[in-house]
Design a protein around this ligand. Structure first.
Ligand SMILES: Cc1cc2nc3c(=O)[nH]c(=O)nc-3n(C[C@H](O)[C@H](O)[C@H](O)COP(=O)(O)OP(=O)(O)OC[C@H]3O[C@@H](n4cnc5c(N)ncnc54)[C@H](O)[C@@H]3O)c2cc1C
Length: 390
């Protein structure tokens, strides 16, 4: 594992840090609606993009900086460190862009790539279906060729930000006789097309950022087919590989959460002893510290792998599995430290840090599900890293 950054990388970090210190907007977590938050985040992404800090890993000809994997890692790390809001168009920037750059036609690249970085157009990912999540190849959404269009019928689910998206990348079965990964195609769908119905799903955090999406006889022009007909599964593998890999943002976020938790644990409530007086909690806090450091090392190992071989390999499942379960253990410890007050919602007078901890605890329950569940990551590690039988 390489534990150093080059002088060029340190220069990149310094320039970015200086820009962020002058531009990061004041933190705000009290938006009246999700639409308000999306508007705020869209303006932030536009500002970042205007200075060339979005999609730095994209080639220069498509608006990126042609930055290295390590520089992109540094970017995520510094954004989190500066407590900058997350980029709202991340599906476009991190998944759609690299997929189209690799597999899209020239016309598709010219039409779809430029509006992604400044968040002029947002994208969603129409992959998961009821009964086709972990087993994505079981998907049943159909696309039938009629004249110059595909007619798409089916249902998708858990589609993040579909209600704000202009476009969706969709996997559909174009060969009705096929099974598994064969006979699937990768299409670009205009989310405002007739026949698209989006129903938000309310999560326990109170937010409704993901949705059910129903497609009824939706017309998709044939020029929106990405790559060859029936080869969508192979293309989707590239899209999915960009969902895992390193997670510098999560590393920094959890380091900051831990520091905040340590301060809270040392401060006693009026008339009570500090949480750190409890030897079991002390051990759990020490364990959380060790696990955050281990997350850093897992990240660095994957980063070294990316630098040497250009792709993360199945070992990237280790990073995803470790950080997501580490997060849930850290949040369990937080709930013990905070006691009943930790369970107060934002706005309640006794809420700790205006209920941020409760929201964070609830949000990170999803971490062991999205981008592949823990069980799926363990299967990958067993079969593809350790070579164990299926
Ligand atoms: C916050 C969030 C955002 C998301 N955003 C999107 C999005 O934008 N677009 C999109 O397409 N999808 C999205 N998803 C969906 C996500 O990819 C799926 O939830 C995930 O793949 C799991 O699928 P599932 O929910 O259908 O669960 P299932 O696959 O039904 O799994 C149920 C349980 O069975 C276990 N299981 C399944 N198969 C195996 C196996 N072979 N071995 C052992 N255990 C197994 C799982 O681990 C899990 O515990 C999102 C999910 C979340 C939580």
């Amino acid at each position: 594992m390489d534990l150093t950054f080059t002088p060029d990388e340190e220069e990149f970090r310094a320039a970015l840090r200086a820009w962020l210190s002058a531009h990061v907007p004041a933190a705000s977590d009290d938006f009246t609606t999700l639409a308000d938050e999306v508007r705020f985040l869209t303006a932030w992404q536009r500002q970042l993009a205007a200075s060339g800090w979005v999609g730095v890993h994209w080639p220069r000809e498509y608006g990126g900086r042609g930055a290295t994997t390590t520089e992109n890692y540094i970017l995520q790390e510094e954004l989190a460190r500066a407590r900058a809001p997350e980029v709202i168009g991340r599906i476009g920037v991190n998944l759609v862009g690299p997929t189209l750059i690799h597999h899209g036609s020239e016309a598709q690249k010219r039409r779809y790539l430029p509006p992604i970085l400044p968040a002029e157009e947002l994208w969603c990912q129409l992959f998961s279906e009821p009964n086709a999540g972990s087993d994505l190849a079981a998907l049943r959404c159909r696309a039938e060729r009629r004249g110059d269009a595909f007619i798409v019928t089916g249902q998708k689910v858990w589609t993040s930000y579909a209600q704000f998206a202009h476009w969706g990348i969709l996997l559909a079965r174009t060969d009705p006789e096929s099974k598994g990964g064969k006979g699937i195609s990768f299409l670009i769908v205009d989310m405002r097309s007739p026949g698209v119905t989006i129903r938000p799903l309310r999560q326990m955090t109170g937010s409704d950022e993901f949705n059910e999406v129903f497609l009824e006889d939706v017309q998709v022009p044939i020029e929106n087919l990405v790559g060859p007909l029936h080869q969508g599964w192979q293309i989707a593998q590239l899209t999915l590989s960009h969902e895992r890999g390193t997670s510098p943002r999560q590393l920094v976020v959890h380091r900051m959460l831990l520091n905040e938790l340590l301060a809270l644990a040392r401060t006693p409530a009026p008339g009570a002893r500090p949480a750190t007086a409890d030897p079991v909690i002390r051990q759990q806090l020490a364990q959380a510290f060790i696990e955050v450091e281990m997350t850093k090392l897992h990240n660095w190992r994957t980063l070294t792998q990316l630098r040497r071989h250009g792709k993360p390999g199945p070992e990237s499942s280790l990073v995803k599995l470790f950080w997501s379960e580490m997060s849930q253990r850290l949040h369990d410890t937080a709930m013990q430290v905070l006691g009943v007050q930790g369970q107060c919602w934002p706005g309640e007078p006794r809420a700790v840090a205006n209920g941020r901890w409760l929201r964070s605890y609830q949000y990170y329950r999803a971490a062991t599900i999205f981008a592949g569940t823990s069980e799926v990551q363990r299967n990958i590690i067993a079969q593809r890293v350790l070579g164990l039988p299926r």
